[in-house]
Design a protein around this ligand. Structure first.
Ligand code: DGL
Length: 297
């Protein structure tokens, strides 16, 4: 009897320890989410993070809803299994196609199965971006550069409409940009060609655009090239907007902050070759990293 009680106490201690060791998960189809992770870690360096890039199955942006939802849910489940209490979909495509279904259909079931007051939430990158844009534009004409899946979801148009009816929103799908970046070809003349092509197309659709939103977390790697073509137009990357929004969220949600551990660490996981990921990731981050390979399914 006494022995059983001891085991119980021990178990409880382990569970409580685990509860206070939760991390923040940051997920993207590939390297793009590193632009968000970098900004989040600058804003909130004290927390522990797990970055997961599904590089083996990127790009997501040309897939159907079903495939993007299934891949994203697999990643979310994996990160929950790694004790992440908060998961940021640092991918517009996943945020546009999978976030709502995961929040409404999967999270209630997942949270019901959690024990010892543990809770999990999944957040996206579109809402924090949309909230910042109306204050930036002068003409009220906004351009959204995104993957074909994000464009077809109309998420940016619908979310911006909710905030202000005065805005004119024009979208441009840029299907070649993510493959170029994933292949490490974003500094090539091929990238010049495709940057010029999509920027010309969107500015032909609406010449009054004064603000271009990089609605894909890979695109900051092309920001300089985009700015050269889109002269005198503001080009907005999402990193800082998402980081500030997460800081604000944490300050309002002690039920999550109380679960999170504070060692300032980050683990990098990829479904691709770990050495290739580690090498390419250094272009997105200020210091070298060593990633681990994992399988999703
Ligand atoms: N970084 C993802 C996004 O923000 C890229 C999606 C893809 O893999 O095509 O949309």
């Amino acid at each position: 009897m006494i022995y059983a009680k001891k085991i119980c106490l021990f178990d409880k201690k382990v569970v409580i320890l685990q509860r206070f060791m939760a991390k923040i998960g940051v997920f993207d189809s590939g390297y793009g989410g590193l632009t968000i992770l970098d900004a989040i870690r600058r804003e909130l360096p004290e927390y522990d993070y797990i970055y997961l890039g599904d590089n083996a199955r990127a790009p997501y942006g040309t897939h159907s809803f079903d495939v993007i939802y299934r891949y994203t849910l697999e990643a979310v489940n994996y990160l929950i299994g790694k004790n992440c209490a908060l998961i940021i979909l640092a991918c517009n495509t996943a945020s546009a196609k999978a976030l709502r279904t995961i929040q409404q259909r999967d999270l209630p079931r997942i949270n019901e199965q959690m024990v010892n007051d543990k809770m999990v939430n999944v957040l996206g990158v579109i809402r924090p971006t949309v909230e910042a844009v109306p204050a930036i534009t002068q003409t009220g004409h906004i351009g959204i550069l995104a993957t074909p899946a994000t464009v077809s979801s109309e998420s940016y148009v619908l979310e911006l409409e909710k905030i202000s009816r005065q805005l004119t929103v024009t979208q441009q799908a840029c299907p070649m940009w993510v493959p170029l970046i994933e292949a490490g070809e974003h500094n090539s003349s091929g990238a010049d060609y495709f940057v010029e092509k999509y920027i010309r197309e969107i500015l032909t659709k609406d010449p009054q655009i004064d603000t271009l939103v990089l609605g894909c977390t890979h695109y900051p790697l092309l920001k300089e090239k985009i700015e050269k073509v889109a002269k005198h137009i503001g080009v907005i990357a999402q990193g800082d907007l998402v980081a500030q929004s997460l800081a604000d969220y944490l300050s309002r949600h002690p039920e999550y902050t109380s679960q999170l551990s504070l060692n300032g660490s980050c683990t990098y996981l990829t479904t691709e070759n770990a050495d290739r990921f580690s090498q390419s990731a250094s272009q997105f981050l200020s210091s070298p990293i060593q990633a681990e390979h994992i399988n999703l399914e």
